[in-house]
Write a protein that binds this ligand. Structure first.
Ligand code: ZN
Length: 182
């Protein structure tokens, strides 16, 4: 069995904007009864407290029959979000020339450095340009380096409609959707 997660990430929120944006999203979900207002410890597999599901949590998912959802964690600080699905061949490509990076050690060092300091540039072997790690394209959203994310623990599949509605609350920002099982 194991535990599943689905994370909606805002790739463009700045450290300054993330707490405000998180509040506006959670406020709307609370108003719709999707989550409860008060985040509590023990509702998700995260060190952070999570918002327990609200009375209308089923409005966020495709098929509520399978559900015993746990909490939703709102991350508002620098975080490396990841997905964990088998049978994929993740790649990372340059945001300028779209060539796939071939040095996985360099990538993991850059991710680690960004996590530690908030700054890391990755040079592209193909075009010679350098771009910040969060700007690189991570195939199938296997990774997202960002300051804002909402992690749903053990929820049935979030519906396209719910994800689109959430993205509308983050206008002009790119979002990533990461899923996994641990
Ligand atoms: Zn390049």
């Amino acid at each position: 069995m194991g535990d599943t997660f689905q994370t909606i990430v805002d790739r463009d929120a700045t450290p300054h904007d993330a707490p405000r944006l998180a509040r506006s999203v959670v406020d709307l979900w609370v108003a719709e009864g999707i989550v409860l207002a008060e985040a509590k410890p023990g509702w998700g597999l995260s060190d952070l407290p999570a918002h327990p599901p609200g009375p209308h949590w089923h409005k966020a998912v495709d098929d509520a029959r399978w559900g015993a959802p746990e909490g939703v964690v709102a991350y508002t600080e620098r975080h490396v979000f990841f997905s964990m699905l088998d049978a994929r061949d993740p790649s990372t490509s340059c945001p300028r020339c779209t060539k796939v990076a071939d040095d996985s050690l360099l990538l993991s060092e850059a991710v680690e450095q960004w996590h530690r300091t908030g700054e890391a540039d990755i040079p592209c072997h193909a075009c010679g340009e350098t771009a910040p790690a969060p700007a690189w394209h991570w195939s199938d959203d296997h990774l997202a380096l960002a300051h804002l994310g909402f992690e749903f623990w053990n929820w049935p599949s979030l519906s396209e409609e719910f994800r689109a509605r959430t993205a509308e609350l983050l206008p002009g920002h790119r979002t990533a959707f990461l899923t996994g099982k641990i």
